[in-house]
Design a protein around this ligand. Sequence first.
Ligand SMILES: O=P(O)(O)O[C@@H]1[C@@H](OP(=O)(O)O)[C@H](OP(=O)(O)O)[C@H](O)[C@H](OP(=O)(O)O)[C@H]1OP(=O)(O)O
Ligand SMILES: Nc1ncnc2c1ncn2[C@@H]1O[C@H](COP(=O)(O)OP(=O)(O)OP(=O)(O)O)[C@@H](O)[C@H]1O
Length: 491
Amino acid sequence: MDEGKMDENEWGYHGEGNKSLVVAHAQRCVVLRFLKFPPNRKKTSEEIFQHLQNIVDFGKNVMKEFLGENYVHCGEVVQLPLDFVKQLCLKIQCERPESRCDKDLDTLSGYALCLPNLARLQTYRFAEHRPILCVEIKPKCGFIPFSSDVTHEMKHKVCRYCMHQHLKVATGKWKQISKYCPLDLYSGNKQRMYFALKSLLQEAQNNLKIFKNGELIYGCKDARSPVADWSELAHHLKPFFFPSNGLASGPHCTRAVIRELVRVITRVLLSGSDKGRAGTLRSGPGLRGPPVCEASPFSRSLRCQGKNTPERSGLPKGCLLYKTLQVQMLDLLDIEGLYPLYRRVERYLEEFPEERKTLQIDGPYDEAFYQRLLDLSTEDDGTVAFALTKVQQYRVAMTAKDCSIMIALSPCLQDASSDQRPIVPSSRSRFAFSVSVLDLDLKPYESIPHQYKLDGKIVNYYLKTVHAKDATVMSTRFKESEDCTLVLHKV
Ligand SMILES: O=P(O)(O)O[C@@H]1[C@@H](OP(=O)(O)O)[C@H](OP(=O)(O)O)[C@H](O)[C@H](OP(=O)(O)O)[C@H]1OP(=O)(O)O
Ligand SMILES: Nc1ncnc2c1ncn2[C@@H]1O[C@H](COP(=O)(O)OP(=O)(O)OP(=O)(O)O)[C@@H](O)[C@H]1O
């Protein structure tokens, strides 16, 4: 990229989250990721540069090690002309969802991250204009805390995502409770994964987006977004899954297309042989905690039918979901066990503020930082060193609980070579695919007190309002009882 010759007209709004905004180049497969801040909380250019460089270093030295070289794209920090950034900011403002406009794009530093556009990541080296479908999933936390520091019994039964749903609906963030449960997606059991993906398609919230040739075709921007239209989605997807077949449109076609999509995504999620060192963590957290969440409609429906809790069939060790889950499980103590250790580090820093640098609270996220994360002992010897290790592991785990997985699919001819990319078959077509992770920014040390408060709020709200009238909720969720039919689908 020639930073000297930047033209805002070549870039378009692509998407944003809580902390960054992404613009995509119209022709080339690159994006620029800018930081966002609340008004009047601007940082200096030097701070922004350091923040972005930390993101790159954390990706390179920590996440690539845990998740594997091929899944992680770290990008690089670029310095852009201020005039370009200002014009770009004006140009895209009208496309931003209202709910995200509480923060402003950083237009003062001129720094941004330049990354490959994962929504258009070509699976073929030489085929620049091959159609491409991309599914982005933010799976969230895939396990139930196993820590003995947990004080609310409910946290050992119902996962954080399912509990949080109720608070989110009550505060108006989303309109209705999703049937998605991360434990189903992470189960490795095809039927549960199928159910989880279908639930995401029904109620995408900020957990699912679908792009066609880089354009968002499915997924909601905020609670005001229109309801999901599966027939429109199927219309977009039909040429990918039924390329040479005149499958009539209508509900039958819609169902067939959605079924193909879900099957392909399940297969891709279960694939993978990429090397990563998450295996190093296996001796520690391992597969602990209950294998199902009691609030998941899938496990509830099994119980309705008098069936046993499904076995934890487990994810294949090479797949990205498995590796992500292992990193999430670096949260060994749960926020309830972690918070007192955070307080210990805080007290130490109050006494010795100059030590913040030595403790690598704000970086550098180098090899030494990574090595310390591998110490999985939970025996507290009362030292600041122990507390610090657990705090850093918690931050990394929280990062893995909030990252997204991007799956890119390009149709390939029956006998064409795929440029050595893996291939996933569907009933009527085949796809070369790639899988990547995005949003691997290390969660800030300062967010720990917020996490502690939020955890209490989520559990208390769930206990007070939902669990108390559990019977009513259960019957409401099962009025839409296609769930039970889904369990019986062969996948
Ligand atoms: O706390 P959660 O689980 O609500 O996660 C937050 C996300 O909400 P979600 O539940 O996915 O809708 C939230 O996503 P949205 O802004 O709601 O799209 C952010 O990802 C937030 O991370 P950060 O503070 O921007 O670094 C996330 O905060 P962290 O807890 O990961 O720091
Ligand atoms: N490299 C990329 N290629 C394509 N799209 C991207 C890329 N990076 C980010 N995006 C898109 O931009 C959106 C916002 O990016 P990202 O999730 O990194 O923002 P964030 O503010 O850090 O998120 P959060 O709300 O989780 O803190 C993503 O959901 C994704 O759709």
